[in-house]
Each structure stands twice: as structure tokens, then as C-alpha cells.
Design a protein around this ligand. Sequence first.
Ligand code: 48F
Length: 260
Amino acid sequence: MSIENVISSAIIRSFSEKLLDHLTLDVAIVGGGPSALVAARYLSDAGLKVAIFERKLAPGGGTWGGGMLFNEVVVQEDAIYLLDAFHITHRPIPDAPGYYTLDSVEMASGLIFGALKSGAKLFNSVSVEDIVFKEGKVNGLVINWTPVERLGMHVDPLTVIAGAVLDGTGHPSEIIHLAAEKAQIKLNTPTGGILGEKPMWVDNGEAQTVENTQEYFPGLFACGMSANNVAGGYRMGPIFGGMLLSGHKVARLMIEKLKK
Ligand code: 48F
């Protein structure tokens, strides 16, 4: 075989094997933002089969650009153990004890590397366009290539089946929206619906991101800004401790549920 076709066939075979091996999952994660990447790492460390489906070419979500494209972010003391676990460098802010700055690109790449090294698989440029909903339960995801979605091509999707689904889609809570609207389910919120994100209130938003991280319907969890949007939490801008802690919390909740 020519080297050209050695390369092509190796890529096609290797990708196909990876996808085939991940059509049935313990956890299907939608979105590769910071909270989801932390969750992916701890879910995989617990021996669960995990895949992340990320719409964009590069996972990392809202981490890359720091604050207003200044590529630094802030993390508070409570979450520093997670930065250490991913070997991400941080520096104390001299006049604000308990707060640290770090390079947002190192954070994004460190979280991605840590999640994948733990065994989670990433399918990028893949958009989740629907859920599999059978016998009153969320059973998996309906996926398609992002370029197909973006070009509005009339191409049918494929599916993956999962023991549980994690909505890590950030501010829009896309998967919980789909579930609430299309499957007409009642969510585990005071109204049974999505309450919607509130404006900026940094410390409150950080605390609520962790509090709001939970199972919103059997088999359907949310973390990060998605959880805040579902439960009506405040936004917080470029401080990321709450996101990291939310990812760790949701991993613990999902492990507990799936190992029962
Ligand atoms: O929004 P995002 O970074 O998720 P997060 O973990 O973190 C939020 C922070 O970045 C920031 C913040 C902190 O102060 O407020 O916003 O909650 O990443 C969400 C990822 O999900 C992908 C999207 O491209 C992004 O990378 N995503 C969204 N919808 C879909 C999706 C979908 N339907 N299918 C696949 N990926």
C-alpha cells in the first residue's frame, strides 16, 4: 500500500474503532467546557466508560479567552486542589489572599489533557442535536457533525446509548432544554422548568454553580453554567473555581448513581 493510503486507512480504522467502542457508554457528556472536563477525568478515573461530544473543533469552552481576551483567569483557594491534580500552574494574587491567577490557555489545555489521559474519549466537531428518550428515561444522545448542523444539510444523525447523560453545554443548557421541551419532562427545579440564568454576582454565582450541580431528571445531570441556568443562578465571569468544583461534584454524584 502507498504511504498515502497507509495514513488514510490507519486514520479511518482507528477513528471507526474508537467510535464503535463508544456507542454504548456509562456517561455521555455534552460539551467540553471546564466543568465537563473535570467531570470526565474523575468519572474515567472511577473506571466508567466516558465520552465527550463537543460542538467545536477545540474543547475548552469559555476558558481560552480569559476575561475579555486577556488570557488570564482567577481561581479561588477551594478549587486549587483541582488545578494541582491537573498540574496547572497558578500564582497567588498579592493583595487578595485565597485568590490565584493562571494562564487561561494552560488551564484549557491542561484540563483537556488530564481528561483524555484518564481515559475519557473526545469526539470534537460533533453536535448533540437531540436525546434518546425511552420509557420515560433519558437513554442517550443523537449526534451529528457540526458542519452538517452549521450548513443546514438534511442529513440524518446517529445515536449513542448511555447509562447517564451530563449536560455541560454552558449558558444555554441545550440538552436540558431539549429534554424539557421535546420530552416534556418535569425537571427537579421549583417550577419543574428552566428558571434561567441571573445577572452577574460573582461570589453568589460561584457558590450556586456548585449547589445547582445535580441530577435534574433520572439519568440527566447538569454541571457548570448549564446547572446555573437551569436552577436560576447568578453568572460570575472569569473566575473558574465554581466550574472546577462543579465538575468534581457531578462526577461524585454520577459515580454514586451508576455504581448502585
Ligand atoms: O460554556 P462552557 O465553557 O462550559 P462550563 O463548563 O464553563 C462555563 C465557563 O466557561 C464560563 C463561565 C465561567 O465564569 O461562565 O462561561 O459551564 O463550555 C460549554 C461547551 O459546550 C459545547 C460548547 O461548544 C462549549 O465548548 N456545546 C454546547 N452545546 C453543545 C455543545 C451541543 N449541543 N453539542 C455539543 N457541544
